[in-house]
Design a protein around this ligand. Structure first.
Ligand code: FAD
Ligand code: DLZ
Ligand code: SF4
Length: 508
């Protein structure tokens, strides 16, 4: 009996420790990897993302072959339309008994594979749970069961205990679970930002860059600036560099907004974690070791570990717990079309223009730019939630729906019926001014609420509170803001809201 298995490896599953590859037998099974039009164009992906994935796949193929695996690699030039077509074409010219795949990270693809592939391909299709994450679907569902509120903080504490990260004799290291309060320092040019080590694209990457430039002329992304790691070894080097040179200041300036640097002291590792080039537990353990060896403060290590062990796993848990219904939510009924400047950064709002520009050019913006600049603006202006989500899915090099959707719809847009955020992450220009130095370069004034030079975030903020006051009035975390707004002179309120109403067409 022929027991050769066809193992499909997706572009974001590039490690031998993923379950489908763990089950593969060199010499017997056939590994299939494919660069396909459907995956490369279901949104207008940033060219950096396509180049990263195609080049990393091509490098991974070489590694697998060196380990004795037979790999059928369909490059983009083969014109393969979809992953299903790729698998079908290999089945047609080989003898395989079964198709085995580590489950994909997007519901859209999971549904196709689960319900349609087996009959279309005429072979059994086995989907294995992706165990590269630290909480399984069942773990998360068990934790969520019976809870009225699914707060990240309590999930995170469970994960710390379970994996014994930053724990001392059953207690959180240093006596506190969370050092978030130390992580909100605004940028005033206090310390030098270290320059990032350069990775020169090798021949494989250079030819992928040419391909992507030629095939995706209308996508965002300036590939002359492509400096991403495309192998595990280089991704690990990048992470080592971060631990040695930036982790120390990561916590303090995690929320800072800086004109001069798109990444400040951030890790720049989400694209590697999500593609399989780094492992979440290993990076957490390394950050803990750095603290225990005295290389960084506890608050820096904890701040970093909370993101990976807490937020990243929690966000994924929410996605799989609540999809597909989750994607249909739109709590604040936000439907205003996305302004064109989301695709060319041409706006006079300096903070927004800088954040959008670097997102388009590099495929990267750090968390506070995504949440409190771009997301905050979309929230205040009532931009259409699905258009905004599709934009985030397109422009970032680390974007896959399992992580992009809950962050955008739930955290940034307060659109998921308050599952992720207990109050909207809404802020006026004052917050952006406090966190950094964009306002100094802006034609608007963060101190003004109305008038031609007033910061648009200010009147939009109060318009947002006014518009949704019925929804927020009973929210204890919004009580003070709502009370302050109600206390204001009605004429003054009217002036602010009408100014925002009058100007919103200009700003959006
Ligand atoms: P660092 O600041 O160095 O943090 C370390 C790591 O923690 C990150 O690499 C990431 O793996 C993890 N992390 C931190 N916050 C989150 C979070 N909220 N959710 C999941 N992981 C987190 N992250 C993505 O990986 N893909 C996305 O598509 C994505 N979309 C986002 C959309 C919005 C609106 C918001 C507010 C956040 C989004 N994030 C997304 C989360 C976060 O902004 C990025 O993970 C982070 O900016 C990546 O940069 P970094 O590696 O330098 O992160
Ligand atoms: C994002 C992406 C892109 C751009 N291209 C491919 C591809 O050509 N082949 C492939 O196997 N995967 C690709 N991907 C990643 C898939 O879309 C990804 O597996 C799903 O988004 C699920 O996370
Ligand atoms: Fe942004 Fe307003 Fe500051 Fe300009 S003044 S940079 S729009 S917060």
């Amino acid at each position: 009996m022929n027991d050769t298995k066809l193992i499909l490896v997706l572009a974001d599953q590039l490690c031998t420790q993923q379950p489908a590859l763990k089950a593969a037998v060199p010499g017997r099974d056939i590994i299939v990897m494919a660069e396909v039009a459907e995956e490369a164009s279901y949104v207008r992906h940033n060219r950096h993302k396509i180049a990263l994935l195609f080049s990393a796949m091509r490098h991974f193929k070489i590694e697998l072959e060196a380990e004795g695996y037979q790999v059928e690699y369909l490059s983009f030039e083969s014109g393969t339309p979809s992953l299903e077509a790729a698998v079908a074409s290999v089945i047609a010219r080989t003898e395989v008994s079964e198709v085995v795949i580590c489950e994909p990270g997007e519901y859209r693809l999971l549904e196709q594979m689960k319900y349609f592939w087996s009959s279309a391909l005429g072979k059994p299709v086995t989907l294995l749970e992706d165990d590269r994450f630290l909480a399984s679907h069942n773990d998360f569902a068990d934790w969520a069961k019976g809870k009225k509120q699914l707060r990240m903080e309590f999930f995170y504490r469970k994960m710390r205990e379970r994996y014994q990260i930053l724990m001392d004799a059953g207690e959180p290291a240093g006596g506190k679970w969370n050092y978030d309060a130390d992580n909100r320092v605004g940028w005033r040019n206090q310390v030098e930002i270290p320059s990032r080590p350069d990775i020169t694209p090798d021949e494989i990457t250079a030819s992928v860059i040419d391909l992507v430039n030629a095939e995706f002329p209308d996508n965002p992304g300036d590939l002359a600036r492509f400096r991403l790691a495309v192998t595990r070894t280089d991704a690990e080097r990048q992470f080592d560099w971060f631990v040695e040179n930036a982790l120390g200041d990561f916590g303090t300036y995690q929320d800072a907004l800086v004109e001069e640097s798109p990444w400040i002291f951030h890790g720049l590792i989400s694209m590697y974690l999500n593609a399989g080039l780094l492992e979440p537990l290993a990076v957490c353990e390394r950050a803990e070791r750095a603290w225990r060896e005295g290389k960084c403060s506890l608050s820096a290590a904890e701040g970093f570990i909370r993101q990976v062990l807490g937020w990243r796993e929690y966000i994924r848990g929410i996605y799989w717990l609540l999809m597909p219904e989750y994607k249909t939510r739109n709590t604040l009924e936000a439907t205003r079309p996305l302004p064109n400047y989301f695709w060319d950064a041409d706006t006079e709002m300096r903070c927004l223009s800088r954040a959008i520009e670097q997102s388009l050019d590099h495929g990267y913006a750090h968390h506070i730019q995504r949440l409190m600049v771009i997301g905050n603006f979309a929230l205040l202006a009532g931009l259409d939630v699905m258009e905004v989500c599709d934009w985030y899915l397109a422009v970032y090099v680390d974007a896959y729906e399992w992580v992009e959707l809950p962050n955008t719809l739930g955290m940034a847009l307060y659109g998921d019926n308050a599952v992720i955020a207990s109050k909207p992450y809404a802020a006026s220009g004052k917050y952006i001014q406090k966190q950094g130095n964009h306002c100094q370069q802006c034609r608007y004034k963060p101190t003004k609420v109305t008038g031609p030079d007033a910061c648009p975030f200010n009147s939009l903020y109060w318009r947002f509170i006014d518009k949704h006051i019925d929804k927020f009035g009973n929210n204890p975390r919004m009580g003070l803001v709502v009370a302050n707004w109600r206390k204001r002179d009605p004429d003054e309120r009217e002036v602010i809201v009408s100014w925002a109403d009058k100007m919103i067409e200009d700003w959006t």
